[in-house]
Design a protein. Structure first.
Length: 307
């Protein structure tokens, strides 16, 4: 087995390797985004590794630094002809080594809750479960109204103080969607809220008894729907609130913010708990069908399991 940096010239091999992945769920998205997803050679914070066996593409994975101490590993794929031959383990070992060399102390991955095979592989390699979240999708609406006794501000200090004391922060272990990378999570800091209020948006719910909720807009992006139409999506990195009334106020603020951007759709990461998910439903938001799991590995202090 040989592992090297993936290149644009590997596209056909990667497309063939992933052709039978998730066939029952519409197929793998990786070939569609491959050329945009692949990093430039001068990008020192990202590296995509390709494993080959006897010259054939056998697996691929991408590693990225999200902060000075946090690495993110994504899009691990193994060709069906080369499974159970140590390809996934070898690709992960290379990612761990690359991240350690750059000072990362923790590495994380996201796995769809239905992907049983990937969950089993991750745990065998040494990843431990951290948290789970679900996407909620309030509909953009310039006239959305929340409860009359709740107001919305954009104070980053109030947002940070509320976030660190919230049940959502505890459940999500301080993680929120990373503005630097799609489908990635990292620790959210007070400096992030200061930056979000200038670069994107910070929403703070002020209730009768003080701050009662918060969210931040992580990014806005364009995508093509299953019907071939292009839509704008406003993404909010986390949602935290005290109760149902605060949830309604926060979701109404998100609906107005997204409408001001002329977004067609929103998504906000919320904790996968009975309270948060049912609050979001009661507040009128569409919900993702299934949650996503976050797992992590201690790159600084944990050795890999024996082969």
């Amino acid at each position: 087995m040989n592992v090297r940096r993936a290149t644009h010239d590997d596209y056909e091999a990667v497309a063939e390797m992933t052709s039978d992945i998730w066939a029952d769920r519409g197929g793998d998205y990786l070939p569609e985004i491959y050329h945009d997803w692949l990093e430039d050679e001068g990008d020192l914070d990202t590296k995509t590794f390709l494993a080959t066996i006897d010259g054939d593409a056998a697996g691929i994975v991408q590693a990225r630094l999200l902060s000075s101490e946090e690495a993110w590993f994504q899009s691990l794929r193994v060709d069906s002809d080369y499974r159970r031959r140590g390809v996934a383990r070898r690709l992960n070992e290379v990612c761990f080594e690359w991240a350690r060399e750059r000072g990362a102390r923790v590495g994380r991955i996201m796995i769809f809750s239905w992907n049983v095979a990937s969950l089993a592989t991750a745990r065998t390699i040494g990843f431990e479960p951290v948290t789970e979240f679900r996407f909620a999708h309030p509909k953009p609406d310039p006239g959305a109204e929340g409860p009359a006794n709740h107001a919305i501000s954009s104070d980053p200090t109030a947002a940070w103080r509320y976030w660190t004391r919230s049940d959502a922060c505890e459940h999500l272990r301080g993680l929120g969607l990373a503005p630097e990378e799609s489908w990635a999570m990292r620790e959210i800091t007070s400096a992030d809220f200061d930056r979000f209020v200038d670069d994107t948006a910070v929403l703070v719910v002020e209730g009768p008894n003080g701050t009662a909720g918060t969210a931040y807009r992580s990014r806005t992006f364009h995508r093509r729907t299953d019907r071939g139409e292009e839509e704008t999506v406003a993404e909010y990195g986390v949602g935290a609130w005290d109760d149902l009334e605060a949830a309604r106020a926060l979701f109404a603020a998100i609906a107005r913010d997204a409408a001001a951007l002329e977004a067609n759709r929103t998504r906000i990461a919320i904790p996968e708990t009975a309270r948060f998910v049912s609050d979001a439903a009661a507040a009128g938001a569409e919900l993702g069908e299934e949650p996503d799991f976050i797992l992590e590995i201690d790159l600084a202090g944990r050795s890999l399991p024996d082969r």
